[in-house]
Ligand binder design. Structure first.
Ligand SMILES: *[C@@H]1O[C@H](CO)[C@@H](O)[C@H](O)[C@H]1NC(C)=O
Ligand SMILES: *[C@@H]1O[C@H](CO)[C@@H](O)[C@H](O)[C@H]1NC(C)=O
Length: 333
């Protein structure tokens, strides 16, 4: 075999490895490696972590993972009773935690004037903040052409501008301390896009833009960023998802399909490992979706070709485990 053939063969083997290995993983290689050989989540013990969007879904389960590993937590969301429920669960899961280690701090992240008093109350109580988790946000299901511009505005407000405003406030504090860690719940939809969630995808892509720039501006500072990108996860997020119309919620039940969807517990554990190891970007999803992401990022031409072959319908099936929306027909069938 001549050199070119050997190089060609190695390229094919390399590609196959990337296509075959994800079949057995539920996250990207780097995160899977760190799960086995990296720092354990318990290395985050005694860190002060502020989680926005802590009352349900992935955020709620991340709270439990961090509580079990001895973090001090500030739980923020809009609904106080839900936050109190999450706090009580934490105290049950880790008997070493005292009630004062977990603070319920009701906050509507869109209320920008409340950011500073909320942040000041945390510093007054805990003396410091180590990690900010921007997890608040809502998904969307709608045909691209049917989205009202008012929905775009509302979603950018909630999913992008509000967490960015809060991060700017916290960034100044992190810079002063020369230490700090931003954790952002993005999505696989923020890496490769996804059908019937145009604004949501744009929100997540925008977050990557904001934090990538922050990363570049803080290369010489002791600041970490972790962009957590979950794929299909089983939580109740479709009930409250946006559609294309203002003041409308999608109101569908999320299908519990363990073949394609990951549990919120597993997703939160993987996020915890990503945080403990300060990984910059982590992909958290099962096979098919994981392979599609690898293809689209590392082999965009092949990825595009395969995505076209698979088609919109199958992509929707991978994501929602059912096909509810069809292109070029009525919105809900
Ligand atoms: C960098 O930040 C970490 C916490 O995120 C801290 O433990 C460490 O001491 C800091 N290093 C320097 C050089 O300040
Ligand atoms: C989802 O389904 C799996 C398998 O059937 C089950 O073990 C799990 O408890 C279900 N999750 C919820 C939240 O109902």
């Amino acid at each position: 075999m001549d050199l070119i053939a050997i190089v060609g063969l190695m390229t094919i083997i390399y590609t196959l490895v990337y296509m075959i290995f994800p079949w057995f993983l539920d996250c990207d290689f780097n995160l899977a490696f760190h799960e086995r050989f990296g720092k354990p989540i318990s290395s985050l013990k005694d860190k002060v972590v502020w989680i926005i969007g802590a009352s349900s879904g992935i955020g709620e389960h991340l709270v439990y993972v961090l509580a079990e590993n001895g973090c001090k937590l500030i739980l923020s969301a809009r609904r106080e009773t839900e936050l109190e429920r999450v706090k009580n669960n934490c105290l049950q899961r880790n008997a070493n935690l005292k009630s004062c280690d977990i603070e319920v701090l009701v906050l509507d992240i869109r209320d920008l004037d409340k950011h500073e008093p909320a942040f000041n109350s945390i510093i007054a109580k805990f003396g410091k903040l180590d990690i900010l988790v921007n997890n608040a946000g809502q998904s969307q299901r709608s045909l691209w052409e049917n989205i009202e511009i008012s929905v775009d505005r509302e979603m950018f407000d909630l999913n992008v501008f509000s967490p960015i405003a809060l991060s700017r406030l916290v960034a100044k504090y992190f810079f002063k301390m020369n230490a700090g860690h931003f954790v952002v719940t993005s999505s696989i939809a923020g890496i490769v896009g996804a059908p019937f969630s145009a604004t949501y995808c744009a929100n997540k892509f925008a977050l990557h833009g904001y934090y990538k720039t922050l990363g570049i501006e803080t290369l010489d500072k002791n600041i970490s960023i972790t962009m957590a990108c979950p794929g299909p996860v089983y939580t109740d997020f479709l009930a409250k998802a946006f559609t294309g119309k203002s003041n409308e919620v999608y109101g569908e039940k999320t299908k519990n399909d363990t073949k394609n969807k990951m549990s919120a517990e597993r997703c939160a554990t993987l996020m915890g490992i990503g945080i403990a190891n300060k990984l910059l970007e982590v992909w958290i999803c099962k096979r098919f979706v994981l392979q599609l992401v690898y293809l689209n990022i590392y082999y965009p031409n092949v990825g595009q070709w395969i995505t076209k072959k698979i088609g919109t319908k199958f992509l929707q099936y991978l994501r929602d485990s059912e096909v509810k929306i069809k292109t070029n027909t009525k919105e809900k069938q």
